[in-house]
Design a protein around this ligand. Structure first.
Ligand SMILES: NC(=O)c1ccc[n+]([C@@H]2O[C@H](COP(=O)([O-])OP(=O)(O)OC[C@H]3O[C@@H](n4cnc5c(N)ncnc54)[C@H](OP(=O)(O)O)[C@@H]3O)[C@@H](O)[C@H]2O)c1
Length: 340
């Protein structure tokens, strides 16, 4: 059976340059649950079924496997390099002088590519933790956001564009105060902002800010990340798929509530990057962008479901002396710079 979704049917979004990119991508973070082999096989199937935007990152530890399936797809002439829009991200432990280039070259080698379409600064500070560590572990070298540190990383990203290794650069896990502090210093503006976005966490102010500045919002955890690692779970978390407006729309459209979260995301204007290794899921996720849209009333009912429920709180990136994960997100509108 040919499962391929017609490219002409898939809506697009327009970057500041005028270039059009798909309205949905596929995520590749296995959440400590799916191994690299499983994720890369899903990427193979996803591209075969019509996905063109693939959200990668060095820290997901599977770019080499994804590179193998890209090579296979190119040799099978299933797609050409220019048909794809591949992202990657520099991890927090590679912010130092020269390290962004080193990290980008490693991702290029692993992915088997000679350029990356969009390269993100994964988090706006150099704080990192051991893979799979518990939520309350702290790295003594962690520090609060600093404009100087961030711009040191951004300048290195700008060089990647100048050297032709990367076409666009982007930021991730930012806040309005941090963007206010750095945007005017950028020689090359961010093309996209990767941020957590789902019905119970809509970040309307940051979303509008990005759109006003011609920065395309890319939404992670778009269906509420039901498979996320234990360290990212708390008792207060809301399940997006059980929200009344999402459940009601799922009944009305006779689809899974995950699909409703994605229809809402695409119709709102962000680019969701749902993760799935299950063929039926990832095909229905992309296909839902091509048919049976939500009504204006359904969109409004889901808008009203915002609970300000952040799932990826980032507590493992806290510095010693920080009061709580809220310090990472500048909730009072000013950058938290405390360090004991
Ligand atoms: N920039 C950043 O800091 C950052 C942070 C987090 C994530 N990301 C990116 O965002 C991507 C997506 O985030 P995420 O993986 O955390 O969350 P997500 O996409 O909201 O959730 C993925 C899970 O949802 C379930 N699912 C997906 N489609 C479904 C469907 N049609 N029906 C039923 N269940 C469905 C699957 O669960 P089962 O496997 O249990 O079936 C899947 O594992 C990541 O893979 C990564 O690329 C970026």
């Amino acid at each position: 059976m040919n499962n391929e979704i017609d490219q002409k049917m898939i809506p697009t979004r327009t970057l500041y340059s005028g270039e059009k990119i798909p309205c949905m991508g596929i995520g590749t973070f296995g959440s400590d649950k799916y191994d690299a082999q499983t994720v890369s096989e899903a990427v193979y199937g996803a591209i075969r079924s019509g996905y063109r935007l693939i959200d990668c990152a060095a820290v997901y530890q599977n770019e080499d496997r994804i590179g193998e399936v890209l090579k296979k797809l190119f040799s099978e002439k299933a797609v050409g390099r220019n048909d794809l829009f591949i992202t990657s991200k520099v991890w927090n432990d590679m912010h130092g002088d020269g390290q962004v280039l080193e990290s980008c070259k490693k991702s290029l080698m692993d992915l088997g590519l000679d350029y990356i379409d969009l390269y993100f600064v994964h988090w706006p500070f150099p704080n990192y933790h051991a893979p799979g560590c518990s939520g309350d572990s702290r790295n003594p070298d962690s520090m609060p956001f600093s404009v100087e540190e961030f711009m040191g990383v951004w300048r290195q990203c700008e060089k990647l564009v100048e050297n032709g290794l990367v076409r666009y650069i982007g930021m991730s896990n930012m806040t309005i105060p941090k963007l206010e502090a750095v945007l005017s210093l950028c020689k090359i503006q961010p093309a996209a902002l990767e941020m957590e976005l789902h019905p119970s966490f809509q970040q309307p102010e940051l979303f509008d800010y990005a759109q006003r500045h011609k920065i395309q919002p890319i939404g992670y955890c778009p269906v509420g990340s039901p498979s996320r690692p234990e360290r990212d779970r708390t008792a207060e978390d809301v399940s997006d798929m059980q929200l009344p407006a999402v459940a009601a729309a799922a009944r009305a459209h006779q689809v899974h509530p995950a699909v409703i979260c994605l229809k809402w995301a695409v119709q709102r204007g962000q680019i969701p990057i749902p993760f799935s290794v299950k063929e039926a899921q990832y095909i229905s996720n992309l296909k839902c962008t091509t048919e049976d849209p939500l009504t204006a009333e359904e969109m409004e009912a889901i808008r009203m479901e915002d609970k300000n429920c952040r799932l990826v709180k980032g507590q493992v990136f806290l510095w010693e002396g920080a009061e709580g994960w809220e310090d990472l997100w500048d909730m009072d509108g000013v950058i938290v710079t405390k360090k004991r």
